[in-house]
Structure formats: structure tokens, C-alpha cells
Design a protein around this ligand. Structure first.
Ligand SMILES: CNc1ncnc2c1ncn2[C@@H]1O[C@H](/C=C/CNC(=O)c2cc(-c3ccc(F)cc3)cc(O)c2O)[C@H](F)[C@H]1O
Ligand SMILES: [Mg+2]
Length: 214
């Protein structure tokens, strides 16, 4: 039977990356996507911007919306301080199966909690289910038309505090126009655009970093 692209990506990790070495996992996926098959990971160019924001924020609690195969999950978690926690939401069970194995290969199970389910269902349950008060950093990389409703939901559920950082992928390509308009015009956010390129291509894309002002 035919394999899927996530399955082939996992095979590339298991073949080319060193167990317990997150950076080698990131490198193996980027190599696979450049040389074999494009896939919608944040990628190495935008990944460097992601790394610099994570290092600057040095978050104790991180929420990722849209795990896919776990590339950005591993990339973020590899930079977290010892007791920090990353919760990542993924509602496609086939993706979750792959992501769990990528996370395990990187040896980051202790820092990452992959929750199978939809952001809209789980955001309201974060506090009671995971004992989370607020998130220091949220990485948005799921369906692009869900960035805005989920941001409003996080506000309503009190998951953002003064200084919480939202970092959104793909604000140009495929684009998240309603989200951009909101974070750039709302008095409750201070936003900054990091110009880059769509993963593994020369097409323009970028990350939007928005600080919640409370
Ligand atoms: C809605 N709530 C969700 N809750 C939990 N998991 C979710 C939810 N929604 C999706 N997922 C989960 O999050 C992932 C979805 C990622 C979507 N990403 C993209 O579409 C995306 C697309 C491009 C792209 C650009 C140009 C082009 F020509 C073709 C593609 C580039 C990118 O970097 C992207 O991130 C996963 F698949 C889905 O199950
Ligand atoms: Mg993306």
C-alpha cells in the first residue's frame, strides 16, 4: 500500500537523524523537504526567526496550534529551559501518529504534550485539563482561517497575560488577512512583521509577532 508524505518524512528522520539529537531531526526534515518532497513545515529560513523569538521570550509555557509532523514542535522544544512545557494541538490522528514518533526520535517527550483534538474544543479546557494559567508564547500554524477565532477564544479564556507573545506563520502565503488586520489594528496588541520566504521556496512569506498588552 502507498505510503503518505508524513510517513516518508518520518522514515527520513529515522534514517538520517541521530536519536536524542533534536537539531539533527530538524536538519533531516529540511533536507528531505529540499531534496525529496516539499512539505508545510515552517522550514529552516523562517525557523531561524522562530528560534530567535523563542530564545528571546525564554517561555515556561508554550502552546502550538497545528502540530502536523512535529517539525516546529521539536524546533521550539529544543530551545526551552529545563522545566518548561510545550502543549501542541493536532486534530488529524494520522499526523499525530507521525508527530509522536518524530518527537520521540528527538528525545523531547518530557517537554512536549501532544493533545489530539481541535483547538476550538481544547483552548477552553486548557486550565482545567492541564493546569495552565497563561501561555508565554503561542505559535499559530494551523488552518489559516482559524488564527483569528482561536486568538479571540484564547483572550476570552484568559490564556493570555500582559506580555504574552503570539507568533503566526504564513501571514502572507497562504495568508491570514483577517488575523493580520486584527493584531495590527487592535489597541490590545503590538505587532511586528518578520519578512521571510515560504518554506523551501523563493516565494514571499513571513511571521507576525504580536505582544498582548492586556
Ligand atoms: C482548526 N483547529 C485545529 N486544531 C488542531 N489541529 C489543526 C487545526 N486546524 C488544522 N490543524 C492541523 O494543523 C495542520 C495544518 C496546517 C495548515 N497549514 C497550512 O495550510 C500551510 C500551507 C502552506 C502552503 C503554502 C503555499 C502553498 F502553495 C501550499 C501550502 C504553508 C504552510 O506553512 C502552512 O502552515 C495539520 F495538517 C492539521 O491537521
Ligand atoms: Mg505554516
Amino acid at each position: 500500500t502507498q505510503s503518505t508524505r508524513p510517513q516518508r518524512m518520518l522514515a527520513a528522520v529515522q534514517k538520517n537523524a541521530t536519536r536524542g539529537d533534536p537539531r539533527s531531526v530538524v536538519k533531516a526534515i529540511d533536507q528531505f523537504c529540499r531534496q525529496k518532497e516539499w512539505a508545510m513545515n515552517v522550514g529552516d529560513e523562517k525557523g531561524c526567526i522562530l528560534d530567535s523569538v523563542v530564545s528571546e521570550v525564554n517561555p515556561a509555557t508554550v502552546l502550538e496550534l497545528g502540530t502536523y509532523c512535529g517539525y516546529s514542535t521539536v524546533r521550539i522544544a529544543s530551545l526551552l529551559p529545563p522545566h518548561a512545557k510545550l502543549i501542541t494541538l493536532e486534530f488529524n490522528p494520522d499526523n499525530a501518529v507521525i508527530a509522536r514518533q518524530v518527537i520521540a526520535w528527538a528525545g523531547l517527550e518530557d517537554k512536549i504534550q501532544l493533545v489530539e483534538g481541535a483547538s476550538g474544543d481544547w483552548i477552553p479546557k486548557m486550565k482545567e485539563e492541564f493546569g495552565v494559567k497563561t501561555f508565554d508564547l503561542v505559535f499559530l500554524d494551523h488552518w489559516k482561517d482559524r488564527y483569528l477565532p482561536d486568538t479571540k477564544l484564547m483572550e476570552e479564556c484568559g490564556l493570555l497575560r500582559k506580555g504574552s507573545i503570539l507568533l503566526a506563520d504564513n501571514v502572507i502565503c497562504p495568508g491570514t488577512p483577517d488575523y493580520l488586520e486584527y493584531v495590527r489594528n487592535s489597541p490590545r496588541y503590538k505587532s511586528q512583521y518578520f519578512k521571510s520566504h515560504l518554506e523551501y521556496t523563493k516565494v514571499e512569506d513571513g511571521l507576525e509577532k504580536s505582544v498582548f498588552l492586556g
